[in-house]
Design a protein around this ligand. Sequence first.
Ligand code: ADQ
Length: 473
Amino acid sequence: MNKSYELVVVANRLPVDEVVDDKGKRSWARSPGGLVSALQPIVRRQGGAWVGWTGQPGEAPEPFDTDGMHLHPVGLSEDDVDRYYEGQSNATIWPLFHDAVEQPTHRRPWRQAYEAVNRRFAEAAAALAAPDATVWVHDYQLMLVPAMLRELRPDLKIGFFLHIPFPPVELFMQLPRRAELLRGLLGADLVGFQRPLAAQNFLQLTARLLALEPDEDRVEVDGRTVIARAFPISIDVAEVQDLANDPEVQAEARRLRTELGGGDRRLLLGVDRLDYTKGIEQRLEAYGELLAEGVVSNDDVVLVQVATPSRMRVLEYQQLRARVEREVGRINGEFGAVGQVPVHYLFQSMGRADLVALYLAADVMVVTPLRDGMNLVAKEYVAARHDDRGTLVLSEFAGAAAELETAFQVNPHDVEDLKRGLVDALEADEAEQAKRMQPMRMQVHDNDIDKWARDFLDALAGDPEHGETPGAR
Ligand code: ADQ
């Protein structure tokens, strides 16, 4: 008989990527990204199973064990990748759930593929879960899975966590087959969100769309109770702190500062997936205007923008890349000098140690998404700054803004406000930097990724103390 598991995580991606070395030897390495950084330690500790896609189209490899976890790959064909992943997930749901900052595209074959792939994930999880086991389903690619799983396995405890914002009722109503998607989520016992406002949007939607009667943080459906609450996600604080305390990482941070301007130029830093929700263009626009107006100059500031390649087969992402690279070229062309430019742009993924060295080197961390579920980069930066130095410019529209209240908060849709935030952050003296940094460090320290996962899993197990009820923020 096949082995079964008490905890099964279901997410679009497995927590590993296949890597091929010079000799053609294949192996698995931990993959980058918010969700993976968040969950891998928990599953490893509980010896659980993880159902997900490898990231490569084609037949699924055999299930395997690694790092104390059982990994169960789900296969996606080229067509599935086009329709379920790049289409319905990333060109319909992603933009719509981020305030439609890009126009969502609606296509019938994408919806059909989304349903078929969700069923495959649900079936895989149903086959792996022990009797009465806990299944934790993640994110917008798999919103139909909870109801499908409940139908197959009514004995399971099913949790769902949405990593991205949940839109206001009016926006959600634009989705074709919207009721089906909502019923998919209502298959869970606990639906978790990043912020109380998202849980509120979800509960209001059950009233509007299905004529249910939500009460506080719950709603009755088919004789069951579904709870909806906020569980703001966090980071592995210890991992970031260990790196920040590593003498080699600190030496690299000093080297970066010398290299980028002899220690005299102040360093602004952006680290994002290259995504239109992250506000990279708005950031460049504000920085370009400050240079043009002479408020800052190429001699006293430098911006390092790291942009991880992401979803490069989706048209909107190719267009965004072209626009960002054109703007970087324009700024460097207009304001740069031979051997010294105002923007260093890296279109690449980076190792954790190099990332933390950049956090330590930065004077101003610039996190300006137009809309973001949480934003882990902001929390990583704060966790790295054991020297209490450096400032954070943070968008009000990132989930993290609710917790990192002493950041220089800005409205990234308003370029003047963004410029004001950048200037204030550059001008803050050491005392003000520390005054703002310390409460943020305490907040992140007391609420790390472990606490997030424990809170969610305890609430799912029926302990009512956990999570924030809607209406709180
Ligand atoms: P993302 O949109 O991917 O996550 P974010 O929360 O910032 O955004 O997480 C990105 C992660 O990738 C961070 O851990 C960061 O260090 C890492 N990273 C970024 N650029 C990198 C680079 N060039 N090289 C290596 N690593 C890099 C989604 C939601 C967020 C939510 C998370 C978790 O959109 O709002 O916070 O899930 O729930």
